[in-house]
Design a protein around this ligand. Sequence first.
Ligand code: FE2
Length: 471
Amino acid sequence: MDGSGSVERADRHPGDSYEDILNRDSRPVPSYLREGRVPDVGVQPVAASRYFDRAFFEKEARFMWSRIWHMACREEDIPAVGDHHLYEVLGKSLIVVRTSPTEVKALYNSCLHRGRKLVTHNGCKDEFKCPYHGFTWHADGRFKENPIAWDFPQWKDRDMRLPEAKVDRWGGFIFVNFDANAKPLAEFIGPLAADFERFDWESRTRTLWIQKKVRCNWKVLTEAFMESHHSFTTHPQILGSLGDANSQYDLPNDYVSRHFSASGVSSPFLPPASEQEVVDFMLGRRRNPIADADKEHQLSEGDTARRYMADLTRRGLTETLGYDYDDAADAEMLDALLYNLFPNLSFWAGHGTKLTYRWRPNGLDPETSIMDIMMHGRWPKDQPRPKAAAAIELDFDETVSSIGLPGLEGLAAVFDQDFSNLPHVHEGLRATGTGEVHFGRYSEMRIRHLHHMIDRYIAEGEAASTAAGAG
Ligand SMILES: [Fe+2]
């Protein structure tokens, strides 16, 4: 396409597409930003019971959560040998421990004697000693001591090291998998990892971490961050600079899905705005050191809000961090570029400090969940790596705004809007008169695909357990 006009499609918003917007940008557009694989995922409704039925939840736990790669923590959470970080999901608990400067293990956090959890907090240890009877393991999982060894003839000549989950790593994140036969993480995360090479995620640290409990099924929570068009009603205050209904969606592989929403343009739901109006709107909402220093911000003839704001963001980042962003695409400065890794992780792409989300069931409850909201960014050039931000825990009725995050008040308000909406989504799913949920063909394809993938894991797991039973 040459940028001379939009191609109207029956299954897309009739206005400017994300591609049209990219074609007017100030820099060459990297090819990864163009729409990729858009398979036909169908239009069949799904059963509302998938969001609250305990039997379905138990199938997800047994056949899906037990086989996927979980993001457990960051490398900087366990910088020294012996440092350990607990990762807990669906009643499982792993001690993610650094066993050498380059090696990390994920030990099952359960005493092999009578099962007590060996540790209940993150920290640094050279051994894990059970607080119940004192059975002890080295920090790398090797068995060390049984204070009543004479009474355990059955342990003699047995390898009593702590069982381990698989560990893999990408971008400064440490992943774990409960499946001993799991394929390497790269086989799942491949397209995401390739696109993120532009952003050097290893050289970032966690600048913010909020852990929020929400009264809804984990999928209700996850799906609220897989499309942009709910902004029209849920977040009307951000529409002045968000291309929501004309976002771009695709599925690079079965495990990675994406959606890109333009900034620096107003929502197609709104009456047309001038480029200057979009700039004025954005400067009223954003913090930027360059913007704050210069109060004028009048666009010259022919300039666009998007080009102007991308340039302002580029200069602001360079001033703050000391790196050169001259080659970065406008989209990489401004847009919401959301990548998901199946089933429960989302990484925002781009330069600057970016969001990462993780969604999990809250313990073994199908009807409540936990969302981790993290931000990862670079620190100023030539300065030492700062300490990673610790988790701020928010209970069901606590708001993100109550934390008081300077410069992030607008973002906090957006999350609070989602978190006040989602319990009513869950309640409505239980209250349904049809038993069905419907998804849009294009703009909700990522959500529909999430359900297809869950079904695939359950079907594979059930087939394998039937075969095992038959054998
Ligand atoms: Fe939202």
